[in-house]
Design a protein around this ligand. Structure first.
Ligand SMILES: [Zn+2]
Length: 381
């Protein structure tokens, strides 16, 4: 195992190089779904990983190429460690022109679109591999880095790669930003989006109201029923994000629909809540309901005994990190690996705050320490 003090000291000499790299990755904008920009970014990232990686692949997807990089381990036949990251951000192309990458006067606080979520994390991985190469260390097990390009829209394509590359992994390290204060994530609430559509029977609201079946009335009753189910379950949350339907006040609405967001912290709550949302029963016999699952991430229930987390916390000590763990209210790609029971810890990206907002910032010194932490973990015996 590489010496933690040596890794940290070396990381601290790489500050300027990391800043330059960070600025470069932020300048190459990556809004989810833009295949051309994803290709440019993927090429740049591959170039940064090439000096240390064994090989870099670009599996294609509808939003452009994803990226997978491989490093050999000292013991070749051991199961691999999977690093999970994403290249896309929530910011449209052109954002960086008005809000460029900036280092504050304190010499540590970095701002700009995607610095925290999660371009700093990608720099930290490059740094970790560079540190290992420079200290003559090698990962103890084979390492795979998966960078999907559609995480911010729920990984509609990337999740198949997460599942494929998690197969055979002994540990999964998520590079998402940490909880406030650098706290690691050892559990995540799951989330699903469901579109509930109702078809009623249109009629004149004054003359033939009895002939009609109001799709809107049915929808309102369905939403109230689902709200009651959610209220009766532990750690469940429901948000009706959109509602639409009907045409005018003197017409019994023939159609109505809602997009519903569901969140759940445990598999039990997930099952009960999803069953209620996916198999609604019409209150009005002539109303026709259909529920479509638009996206789904399973609950990753927190295990207080997570041995991977314990290992990372112990490795943080010599690096001056007083790490702790918590549950994330939001979902991500590690929901899948955590739910599969593969030892998983997320939140290994640099400290900061304000993801998805104009106030987004991240810490350079934290990026350097996280790079050393990753190198320390990957090279441990
Ligand atoms: Zn993210």
């Amino acid at each position: 195992m590489s010496d933690p003090a040596e890794l940290l000291a070396l990381a601290r000499t790489r500050g300027d190089a990391c800043l330059e790299r960070w600025e470069r990755l932020v300048a190459l904008e990556t809004p989810s779904g833009d295949a051309d920009l994803a290709a440019v970014f993927g090429k740049e990232l591959a170039a940064g990983l090439a000096p240390t990686a064994d090989r870099v692949e670009h599996p294609p997807g509808p939003g452009g190429d994803h990226l997978v990089a491989h490093w050999p381990g000292r013991s070749a036949d051991a199961g691999h460690v999977l690093l999970v990251a994403h290249s896309d951000t929530v910011f449209p192309a052109g954002t960086v022109a008005g809000r460029p990458f900036t280092l504050a006067e304190d010499g540590d606080t970095v701002t700009g679109p995607g610095v925290f979520d999660m371009k700093g994390s990608l720099v930290a991985v490059e740094l970790a591999m560079d540190l290992l190469a420079r200290t003559g260390g090698a990962p103890s097990r084979p390492v795979r880095l998966l960078v999907v390009n559609d995480e911010e829209i729920g990984s509609p394509d990337g999740s198949r790669l997460v599942a494929a590359h998690a197969d055979g992994a002994v540990a999964v390290l998520g590079l998402e930003p940490p909880l406030p204060g650098g706290v690691l994530k050892t559990g995540r609430r799951g989330v699903a989006r469901i579109r509930l559509s109702v078809r009623g029977v249109g009629a004149h609201a004054g003359l033939d109201a009895a002939q009609g079946v109001s799709a809107i009335d049915e929808l309102v009753d369905q939403l109230a029923a689902l709200r009651a189910v959610a209220a009766g379950l532990p750690d469940a949350a429901l948000n009706v994000g959109t509602v639409s339907g009907g045409t005018r006040a003197n017409v019994v609405a023939e159609h109505a629909e809602a997009e519903i967001g569901l969140r759940y912290a445990t598999p039990e709550t997930e099952q009960a809540l999803l069953a209620a949302a996916r198999e609604p029963r019409a209150v009005r016999p002539r109303a026709v309901l259909s529920a479509r699952t638009l996206s789904h991430r399973p609950a990753w229930a927190r295990d207080p005994e997570n041995p991977l987390a314990a290992e990372l916390v112990a490795l943080g000590g010599p690096l001056g990190l007083d790490l702790s763990c918590g549950t994330s209210g939001g979902a991500g790609d590690t929901n899948l690996t955590g739910a599969l029971g593969i030892p998983t810890v997320d939140g290994l990206g640099p400290d900061g705050a304000g993801a998805h907002s104009e106030d987004e910032w991240a810490s350079l010194s934290s990026l350097l320490t996280r790079g050393a932490l990753l190198a320390s973990y990957l090279s441990r015996d």
